[in-house]
Design a binder for this molecule. Structure first.
Ligand SMILES: [Zn+2]
Ligand SMILES: [Zn+2]
Length: 286
């Protein structure tokens, strides 16, 4: 018996191969991931262009799946200088809706609410005010509706906005989204965990779990049956990879996230691989 073999294909449930930092190097990045046993990769969009790029990647590689949607940060595009640009938002959401007929699109995402103030952003005069958050809520509600209409899963992005996201989710929740929804890169938050437990929502674990004690304590409380692994590449490079190169992260590094979860839970990496892969397959119906 060899103890180093991890027979179960790992699933990177959130990896931006469609972003500039990885896109041109996708061949090599995917090859390195497969060598580490990361056989399936889900690529979420963050706007119309990256959603299309995610789909384009599925045509070039096997075992790559796409999600399409407008990320809450990029809802700023429709914020205008003083009022929401509703027409432009509706137009782009219609383009997202068109992409949902593609069979390799397994989810709507990433969508959600984000109150974090990004210093490094393409938007001039970026600020997070209530009209912006209201617009994010509107876009989330509409995209949540897409998931239901087209029978897709839902990838949620939340940052510093637990109450806001839970209010939208509660208003529009449908049983059909149970076990088909994930709080990607889930914040260490008791309210989120309680909501996720009640609604059977999966929680995504990332590379920050390798250095954040807070995340480690949080993950310890979450049953393995609720967890999925993700890299959120090109961001959040885990230890020990980040000691040599912090950016870009890549899906091959998912093994470090798996090993950290194993360490936190006192399980073998194989056990974590098996259960989280099963969870990911259920989440995305793959
Ligand atoms: Zn995100
Ligand atoms: Zn992301």
């Amino acid at each position: 018996m060899s103890s180093n073999r991890i027979p179960d294909t790992l699933v990177d449930t959130h990896c931006h191969l469609n972003f500039e930092a990885l896109y041109d190097d996708a061949d090599a990045v995917i090859q390195r991931a497969r060598k580490k046993g990361v056989g399936i990769i889900v690529v979420p969009g963050s706007d119309v262009a990256t959603s299309k790029k995610a789909i384009e990647l599925t045509t070039r590689y096997e075992d790559i799946y796409a999600a399409v949607g407008i990320h809450p940060h990029h809802i700023y595009e429709y914020h205008g200088s003083d009022k929401p640009l509703d027409e432009q938002l509706e137009h782009d959401l219609a383009l997202i809706e068109e992409l949902l007929s593609n069979a390799r699109v397994v989810a709507v995402g990433e969508v959600g609410i984000d109150r974090y103030y990004y210093r490094d952003t393409k938007y001039a005069k970026y600020m997070v005010d209530e009209t912006f958050v209201e617009l994010q809520k509107k876009a989330l509600g509409k995209q949540m509706g897409f998931a239901l209409t087209y029978g897709k899963s839902l990838i949620l992005h939340n940052r510093l906005a637990v109450d806001d996201i839970i209010s939208v989710l509660t208003d529009q929740w449908d049983e059909k989204l149970s076990s088909k929804t994930v709080f990607h890169c889930c914040e260490a938050d008791e309210t989120l965990l309680a909501f996720a437990t009640a609604k059977q929502i999966y929680l995504g674990v990332d590379g920050d779990s390798t250095w954040s004690k807070k995340k480690q304590r949080f993950i310890k409380q979450v049953p393995l049956e609720r967890l999925v692994l993700e890299t959120d590449s090109p961001y959040l490079t885990p230890e020990p990879a980040r000691e040599t190169q912090k950016f870009p992260n890549e899906p091959a590094h998912l093994v470090y996230v798996r090993d950290m979860v194993a360490q936190i839970k006192g399980l073998r990496p194989e056990e974590v691989a098996k259960q989280t892969s099963e969870n990911a397959r259920t989440l995305f119906t793959i």
